[in-house]
Design a protein around this ligand. Structure first.
Ligand SMILES: [Zn+2]
Length: 194
């Protein structure tokens, strides 16, 4: 089980965006950064935990669910809260963009997920992208919030756990004027203080 940990370290030390390479259901990532009054908080979450499926919406019901979720993500309240006098400047999400190239991502994901299963990996390589539709597809949902804080923020609280029951933990990494650090957030420990 050393592989997932290694991957996570690489992803977390690499970059603040485009980290969507592999995911385990129930586990998300959070990156927070401060540049004076500007704060950016980004989440990368398995679509399975946020939407309930990882493919493009097929039924009217799934499309409706996606629309409702998109609306929910336009404000930060049900995702993350920052202490201090902070104003939400912008909220962005990958909800609709992500599905277009989910098959491309899936090819990468499959290799990671099935690394121990050589037969499975070979099978996927020879069959191309078409075969990744359905259960083999993995998709991340990326959500990013930009805050402007008139006073220094000293605490971040993740509120996602309250309505995403399958989300077990979030690996958080932050760089603020006060320093940097990492933490594992859960429903019983959803806060970061700096
Ligand atoms: Zn997945």
């Amino acid at each position: 089980m050393t592989k997932p940990i290694t991957l996570l370290v690489i992803m977390m030390s690499c970059c603040f965006s485009a980290a969507a390479q592999v995911h385990q259901h129930g586990q998300g990532q959070l990156f927070a950064s401060q540049e004076k009054q500007d704060w950016h908080v980004q989440f990368i979450l398995p679509a399975a935990d946020v939407i309930g499926f990882e493919h493009a919406p097929e039924s009217a019901e799934q499309k409706k669910a996606l629309q409702a979720l998109a609306k929910r993500l336009t404000t930060n309240d049900s995702v993350v809260r920052l202490s201090g006098k902070c104003t939400l400047i912008e909220a962005t999400h990958s909800l609709f963009a992500e599905h277009k190239d989910s098959q491309e991502h899936a090819a990468e994901h499959e290799h990671e997920h099935h690394e121990k299963d050589q037969h499975e990996e070979k099978h996927h390589e020879t069959n191309g992208h078409e075969k990744h539709v359905g259960q083999a597809t993995h998709t991340d949902v990326e959500v990013e919030y930009h805050f402007s804080c008139a006073s220094s923020s000293e605490k971040l609280s993740v509120t996602l756990f309250e309505w995403l029951p399958t989300l077990n933990r979030i690996q958080a990494q932050w760089i603020t004027d006060a320093g940097q650090g990492t933490a594992t957030l859960t429903s019983t420990n959803p806060d970061v203080e700096w």
